[in-house]
Design a protein around this ligand. Structure first.
Ligand SMILES: [Fe+2]
Length: 269
């Protein structure tokens, strides 16, 4: 694995995005959203893999997986004009298929090829399968954290703008009304993730995104949550109720507990 190879993949990705360019402004905004998202996920994967103290090969692999994780989004959008997998196709599986069909990774050893394809295919599953090759688990966990961190960036940037003016494919068509569903709040209070099928309002979707904090795998990712004030920024557009305050306190406590646990072995030495 060397830098030339990574550069070669970056050029392939740019050409692939170009191939899926849209003819009208609305569609092109959605395509560019995913291109910019990919850049953000790559930067996050680098921060996380370096923060974990991984070495060159694994840092490069984490970068390649981040670069390719959403490659399926482009054909998905061109074919179905949506990013909703439930209304179209599983974009992670489609991405893995693109990499295989186009033989993008032909110059890599089989083990690395399979690691990249499997991590891409697993990046969006609700929960990773319990039995997983150690290396696949590590890389799937890195890209899942890096992905969440950049989706938060997208929504934080959009927060100041009227949802009517958002790129059409980001808000799932949910109504921007003040309600938060009790079942969604209850999931967060149990420190559990929220399923897409339980969403009723845009606020529920904001809560679903906050619940991803409970799915983060690594201390460097949790540090980025603090550094970027993710909790404060995402909750700014939620109604200021007691129930929401409890959700926020719970999230803050959780992040602090995890980070404390992460440094405890060092301080104990
Ligand atoms: Fe994705």
């Amino acid at each position: 694995m060397n830098n030339d190879r990574v550069e070669q993949y970056r050029s392939w990705f740019s050409r692939f995005v170009q191939e899926h360019a849209a003819g009208n402004e609305q569609d092109q905004r959605n395509i560019l959203l995913k291109k910019t998202h990919t850049d953000g996920v790559c930067a996050n994967a680098l921060r996380i893999s370096s923060g974990l103290g991984l070495l060159g090969r694994d840092i490069a692999l984490a970068g390649i997986i981040a670069l390719f994780h959403d490659v399926g989004r482009f054909p998905q959008y061109v074919r179905y004009r949506t990013f909703e997998d439930s209304r179209s196709v599983n974009h992670a599986v489609l991405g893995a298929k693109v990499l295989l069909d186009r033989n993008v990774l032909r110059d890599l050893p089989k083990r690395e090829r399979s690691l990249i394809v499997r991590s891409v295919a697993l990046h969006n599953v609700f929960i990773l399968p319990p039995r997983l090759d150690r290396e696949v688990r590590l890389h799937a966990e890195i890209v899942r954290d890096a992905d969440k961190l950049d989706i938060w960036r997208v929504f934080i940037e959009l927060a100041d703008r009227d949802p009517a003016d958002w790129p059409s494919a980001v808000a799932l068509g949910l109504p921007d009304t003040p309600e938060c569903s009790p079942a969604v709040i209850a999931s967060l209070n149990r420190r559990e993730m929220v399923r897409l099928t339980s969403l009723r309002t845009l606020n529920d979707f904001r809560l679903l995104q906050l619940a991803w904090i409970y799915d983060l795998n690594f201390a460097p990712s949790l540090r980025l949550v603090l550094e970027r004030s993710v909790i404060e920024q995402l909750t700014a557009s939620l109604p200021q109720t007691d129930a929401i305050s409890r959700v926020v306190d719970n999230l803050r406590n959780y992040v602090n507990e995890r980070l404390h646990a992460a440094i405890a072995p060092e301080t104990a030495r």
